[in-house]
Design a protein around this ligand. Structure first.
Ligand code: 13P
Length: 252
């Protein structure tokens, strides 16, 4: 069966010293957990230092973005090979903040997913509708298009995790109800089944993100197609994040 995964997206937070302290606390608190994966996504500037802390532990390192070329004249960008060089095994791709503020399109997301997985990084591909799109009743159209275009040309899903993050739930304290989240997760898994067949769809982890806390994770993780969480704000506090990890691992 699918293993759970809980990832902390630190976004544009934490100095190197703060990142080291947080990573240490999470590594110690998560030691001994089995049956799943804990991933930390610090800012680029702290990747190497956090890697030093978690090296040799089961905690994995992720970047929050990448540019889909090995190297070259792309001022300000970071390549997948550079991410691997500092110890990343995961990379978050197509987060809604990148789509909103940096105008990333589904086609950009697709290029990045293909490049990341070709470089043997696990791509955490983010999808999700805005509140306006939900109100208009087109959630499945939007998420379906994001999944299908994002994965276009991908032969398999071995190195792909999908994160369903409704935009209206991110950083708002307005978490999706377990039923709302399950409905979209089930829809995504059905789409993956059509595109890649039953076994691949069953093995692919689909995680929920958007105002997850240790108080609301229990009901979300009990849902059949929710395999973990992508956590923003609550991943910046070790006790909160560890609470989410513990509840996930005991439920799955
Ligand atoms: P919050 O948990 O702060 O709502 O952020 C979710 C998110 O965007 C994780 O990628």
């Amino acid at each position: 069966m699918r293993q759970w995964i809980v990832a902390g997206n630190w976004k544009m937070h934490n100095t190197v010293a703060e990142s080291i302290a947080l990573a240490k606390a999470i590594k110690e608190g998560a030691a001994g957990l089995q049956g799943g994966t804990v991933v930390l996504a610090p800012p680029f500037t702290a990747l190497a230092s956090v890697h030093q802390v978690i090296q040799g532990s089961p905690v994995c390192l992720a970047a929050q973005n990448m540019y889909p070329e090995d190297k070259g004249a792309f001022t300000g960008e970071v390549s997948p090979l550079m991410l691997k060089d500092v110890g990343c095994s995961y990379v978050i791709i197509g987060h809604s903040e990148r789509r909103k503020y940096f105008l990333e399109q589904d086609t950009d997301v697709n290029r990045k997913v293909k490049k990341a997985t070709a470089c043997e990084l696990i791509a955490v591909m983010c999808v999700g509708e805005t509140d306006e799109e939900r109100d208009r009743g087109i959630t499945q159209d939007i998420v379906g298009r994001q999944v299908q275009t994002g994965l276009s040309g991908m032969e398999n899903l071995e190195n792909v995790v999908i994160a369903y993050e409704p935009v209206w739930a991110i950083g708002t304290g307005k978490v999706a109800t377990p039923a709302q989240a399950q409905e979209v997760h089930g829809f995504i898994r059905g789409l993956l089944r059509r595109l890649y067949g039953g076994p691949a769809a069953e093995q692919t982890r689909i995680i929920y993100g958007g105002s997850v806390t240790r108080d609301n994770i229990g009901d979300l993780i009990a849902m059949e197609d929710i395999d973990g969480a992508l956590v923003g704000g609550a991943s910046l506090k070790a006790d909160q994040f560890l609470g989410i990890i513990e509840k996930t691992s005991s439920a799955k």
